[in-house]
Design a binder for this molecule. Structure first.
Ligand code: NHR
Ligand code: GAR
Length: 214
């Protein structure tokens, strides 16, 4: 890529993954966070972006606005940044098929579970209630079906008998901050792609549990 990969990050809250990505892109000549968009005006991630002199937008849902209408406004806000990659980092709204298909192969998400386990919400509580021995986070390409796109990279953490959802979330978060910037960097280097619903790194198909070095 002759120009740097233009990354736009979508957030709804604290933005610690956003921060990890901003910090991770700092030392690359390939990748640049050019915009941050929030659906919530009070998301702390907007302040993080401001501190790094990154442009921000808020696309706040109107009462009784349809998903289609909201997504059209979100798309308009996004396309102003001419993104090469759209990164969902704690973005808490489900996106319409049309929106997702427009950015297919160019949009990734981090989900706080070892997908395909626990798509959707309250993943830490669900892992505790199931008595799982391990839990974790997955970075995946976004496809229309929620949290079902091909996995790119996972990180695992142990789950202990006395864990609360809060303690567990904290343990998972730390791993998220390690894997998400790495995946963004791979994409910026042109090493990552999605074809026919499968993820590839350096033209090799990535397995169902994400990339694992031989
Ligand atoms: N959209 C599509 N089409 N496909 C995916 O894989 C998506 C997506 C939008 C967001 C992130 C996801 C996650 O990592 C994500 C993946 C929000 C909800 C949700 O139910 C579910 C999954 C994810 C994000 N949101 C509620 C809604 O009605 C609102 C919840 C709230 O505001 O607290 O949109 O888990
Ligand atoms: C992260 O743990 C991410 O996996 C999760 O929200 C957190 C955002 O934290 N995403 C979802 O639950 C999506 N439904 P952050 O704002 O500090 O990056």
């Amino acid at each position: 890529m002759s120009q740097r990969c233009r990354v736009v990050v979508l957030i709804s809250g604290n933005g610690t993954n956003l921060q990890a990505i901003i910090d991770g892109c700092d030392d690359t000549l390939t990748t640049e966070v050019v915009g941050v968009i929030s659906n919530k005006p009070d998301a702390y991630g907007l302040i993080r972006a401001h501190h790094s002199e990154i442009d921000t937008s808020c696309v706040i849902p109107y009462q009784q606005e349809s998903r289609t209408e909201y997504d059209a406004r979100l798309k308009a806000a996004l396309d102003k940044y001419q993104p090469d990659l759209v990164v969902l980092a704690g973005f808490m709204r489900v996106l319409s098929d049309e929106f997702v298909n427009h950015y297919l192969g160019k949009m990734i998400n981090i989900h706080p579970s070892l997908l395909p386990k626990y798509p959707g919400l309250h993943t830490h509580q669900r892992a505790i209630e199931a008595n799982d021995a391990e839990h974790g986070a997955s970075v995946h390409f976004v496809t229309p079906e929620l949290d079902s796109g091909p996995v790119i990279l996972q990180a695992k953490v142990p789950l202990y008998a006395d864990d609360t959802a809060e303690v567990l979330a904290e343990r998972v978060h730390e791993q998220e901050h390690a894997i998400y910037p790495l995946v963004v960097k791979w994409f910026g280097q042109g090493r990552l792609s999605m074809k026919q619903g499968k993820a590839y790194l350096d033209n090799s198909e990535i397995g169902p549990s994400g990339y694992a070095p031989d």
